[in-house]
Structures are given as C-alpha cells and as structure tokens.
Design a protein around this ligand. Sequence first.
Ligand code: AMP
Length: 115
Amino acid sequence: MSEDCIFCKIIAKEIPAERLYSDERVIAFRDNAPAAPVHILIIPNKHIASMREANVEDEALLGHMQLVAQKLAIEEGIDKKGYRLVINVGDDGGQVVYHLHLHLMGGKPLRVQKY
Ligand code: AMP
C-alpha cells in the first residue's frame, strides 16, 4: 500500500467503489467517470505506479489482469461485439492515477482516436 494513492485506498476499502471482482491479486471496479457505457478498471492489489515500474516478476500478474478483464467483458455482455483494453502510461500516455490499472471499455462502437 502506498500512502496518498487513491486506488490503494479503494483496495483497503477506505474509499467506496462499485466492486465487481476481487481475488488475492487484483480487484475490479467501475470507473466513476465512465468514458463508455461499460468502463471498468482492473488493478493489482500490489502498488505498481505504472507499466514503467512493472518487471518480469509481474508477468503473471499482468496476464491475470487481462484474463479478469476478459471474464468481466463476458459478464457485462460486451464480449461478442467487442471491447477495448487500455493501459495509459505516464503523462504523455494520459495516466492520471499512478497505480497501474487496465481499462475495460465497451458497450458501444469505440472510434479509433486520432491524436
Ligand atoms: P488514467 O487516466 O488511465 O490514470 O485513468 C484513471 C481513471 O480512474 C479515470 O478513468 C478516472 O475516472 C478513474 N477514477 C479516478 N478516481 C476514481 C474513483 N475513486 N473511483 C473510480 N474510478 C476512479
């Protein structure tokens, strides 16, 4: 746990969130400012600030996050039509919360963004 990390506080249940899934390695909850009809964040319980700080020890954890996203996409009924998985990394990547998280977004056609 990292002090002043909002997602660590969600893991510790110090801040409320609409939790959809949890196990010994990750939790998933709805984004509170959804950018799509389905917008869920999958985060590791271990505080990793961003993908820059992930290392080979986290390889299985990173795969697990994606498989949890796949399972949630099925549960949310968006797997057939498709969805987007995104990890923003650092300031230029648009990362705002510095606790690694995987965005699962879907529920409508998502345009390819031009930057
Ligand atoms: P990123 O820009 O990749 O760092 O994404 C951070 C995401 O966290 C944004 O989509 C926010 O809407 C979301 N977020 C921030 N605080 C909360 C919170 N307390 N509960 C749920 N989602 C949050």
